[in-house]
Write a protein that binds this ligand. Sequence first.
Ligand code: HEC
Length: 97
Amino acid sequence: MRRAMALAIAAALAIAVGLAGCRTASLPEQGSAAEHLYAQRCGSCHKPYAPSSMTVAMWATQVDAMEPKIAQAGLPPLSEGERRAILNYLERNAGAQ
Ligand code: HEC
């Protein structure tokens, strides 16, 4: 039991380190709470997309489109606060219209 826990924690850390390795270079507002939240909630299934890769309008659509995928994967749904923080972050850094 203890061993299984230790292995699970080691695996989770390895994944976290791996993801951090490929995500840190490109995301704006490095180290901010918003960047961390975005990377965490929007970078677990695929690499977090660069905010500048889409316009404000596209981001609103994309976040809506991800909600059923998040539910299907058995991940906790975005709370209203998380959703707003992620959208604000994406909108601040979105690409030109
Ligand atoms: C549960 C897994 C999962 C999570 C979490 C997730 N996505 Fe996705 N996302 C996917 C899958 C699967 C695709 C592949 C495209 C498809 O199936 O439509 C995708 C595709 C995308 C695309 C590309 C769509 C395109 O048209 O090229 C964007 C942008 C995107 N996700 C943004 C986000 C954002 C923003 C969040 C956080 C709110 C997020 N994703 C969280 C699973 C996820």
